[in-house]
Design a protein. Structure first.
Length: 321
């Protein structure tokens, strides 16, 4: 079976159905899995939510039980998208009944420019993925990414643990992200920012450091819907056991100073200034070198994190002013 089901929220569907998943594309997957013969295979183009959101837990668990061998390829909608002029973050799911044991293979999150489209499917790498939880399946595509992911989650304390209900020091985090995470220790009160609180300045600076790192961005890409930052990502990202407070403060101060120099006034309802992280690559790479050292990454792992999707993050021809 091959298909591209409708992506329609249950609340907007013009018919009622017994099983509720949140979006009727999941009903199509469920029906197809039940109709599939013992040695059958199905492939559908579906939203990224299948692999990345907690609310799709029900359909994920159902399909992993009924179709234990799955390949999930993951595709961005920018700078180019699978369907021309339709900006939708997508998975291509291939699943079969032949296997009796769970065999899950995934790609990482694929970016490409229009001129690279012809080689897109030939260049996709997949890996046997041992990680799947009730809330998501991480988008991992190489053995190196498996090792990096393992090192992150092997730590105990979560990034979310730095935030406390009545802390004295605020941190301002933009809950939407694309190529960069936007977080500040100074006041930012647009509708897109959420205020978190830390017990002290050191904890606040550490949270700003980690959220600005390429490592956290890579982790967020792996586990998120590539639109929102949620508690899922903040709880899942684990902290290194120790750090140098003075060095953390120096790195954060240098980045925030550079961001102020390179910001551009836009004056929209959402925000007053647009911050140009792609023009702060030296400061962010210094943060990366320090953070990657804390996690004891090998030179190969550290280089991979710093360069993951980098040409797409800065844009073609992106240079510092």
């Amino acid at each position: 079976m091959i298909g591209n089901p409708p992506y329609v929220e249950d609340s907007k569907a013009q018919f009622s159905h017994h099983d509720k998943y949140g979006n009727i594309y999941a009903n199509v997957l469920s029906n197809a899995s039940r109709l599939l013969k013992d040695n059958g295979v199905m492939s559908f183009v579906i939203p990224l939510s299948y692999i990345s959101t907690p609310r799709m837990k029900k359909i994920r668990e159902e399909l992993l039980k009924n179709l234990p061998k799955q390949y999930i390829l993951n595709f961005a909608d920018r700078p180019n998208c699978l369907f021309v002029s339709v900006h939708q973050k997508l998975c291509i799911l291939l699943a079969g009944k032949k296997s009796t044991e769970l065999e899950l293979f995934t790609s990482n999150y694929q970016y490409w420019y229009k001129e690279e489209r012809k080689n897109l499917f030939n260049s996709v790498s997949i890996v046997a993925n041992p990680f799947f939880s009730q809330e998501f399946i991480p988008k991992l595509g190489t053995k190196l990414e498996i090792k990096i992911y393992e090192k992150i989650i092997s730590n105990k304390k979560a990034l979310m643990d730095l935030f406390v209900p009545y802390g004295a020091v605020p941190v301002y985090l933009n809950m939407r992200a694309t190529y960069w995470i936007k977080v500040f220790s100074s006041e930012h009160l647009s509708s897109e920012y959420k205020i978190f609180h830390c017990e002290d300045t050191d904890s606040a600076k550490l949270s700003v450091l980690l959220l600005n790192s390429s490592l956290f961005w890579w982790y967020w890409v792996c586990v998120s819907n590539y639109w929102h930052i949620t508690n899922k990502e903040l709880k899942g990202f684990k902290l290194p056991s120790s750090f140098d407070t003075q060095r953390v403060n120096e790195l954060v101060d240098a980045l925030e100073k550079r961001l102020e120099v390179t910001k551009v006034y836009v004056g929209t309802k959402q925000t007053e200034y647009e911050y140009k992280h792609k023009f702060c690559k030296r400061e962010i790479h210094e943060i990366d070198d320090y953070v990657n050292q804390l996690y004891k990454f090998s030179p190969e792992e550290s280089s991979y994190i710093k360069n993951f999707a980098y040409r797409y993050r800065i844009g073609e021809g992106g240079v510092s002013p």
